[in-house]
Write a protein that binds this ligand. Structure first.
Ligand code: MG
Length: 157
């Protein structure tokens, strides 16, 4: 068994789509980034890569590369899962905590889980998605950004 931890943060601004776990969550702001800025997928990717000791998302998908400009992060997650499996690991489970002030995530959790299970090729029960506000504190509390934490457990085949 191998454990991995991932963290990511993106600024929020008007005029961007809010992509979370491969779905678009309706909101008046979205996350800014080189890719589609899917903070949830990025945290899971880093946790997966960390568990397998394969570096981080920036090493594999540099934000200086035009190849990854505005890329759908589901493509990145799919590639990371391929790397994990090539290294003879399977996902046991992932547990994710999204941290943002608005909007409420609870109504979207099932859709996010379904999206991730399809992209990752794992059972939906392997994926836990939780969300919390930051109690109006700091950059998250001021709705200037969104952060996400993820842990994964891999098992060696
Ligand atoms: Mg990111």
């Amino acid at each position: 068994m191998r454990i991995g931890f991932g963290f990511d943060v993106h600024p929020l601004e008007k005029g961007r789509e809010l992509r979370l776990g491969g779905i678009t969550v309706p909101h008046d702001k979205g996350a800014r980034g080189h890719s589609d800025a899917d903070v949830l997928i990025h945290a899971i990717c880093d946790a997966l890569l960390g568990a397998a000791n394969l570096g981080d998302i920036g090493k594999h998908f540099p934000d200086t590369s035009a190849e990854f400009k505005n890329i759908d992060s589901r493509i990145l997650l799919k590639k990371v899962m391929e790397m994990i499996r090539q290294n003879k690991y399977d996902l046991e489970n992932t547990d994710v905590t999204l941290c943002l002030e608005k909007p409420k995530i609870a109504p979207h959790v099932d859709a996010i889980k379904k999206s991730l299970s399809e992209v990752m090729g794992v059972d939906i029960n392997c994926i836990s998605i939780k969300a919390t506000t930051n109690e109006k504190l700091g950059y998250i509390g001021r709705e200037e950004g969104v952060a996400c934490y993820a842990v994964v457990l891999l098992k060696n085949r």
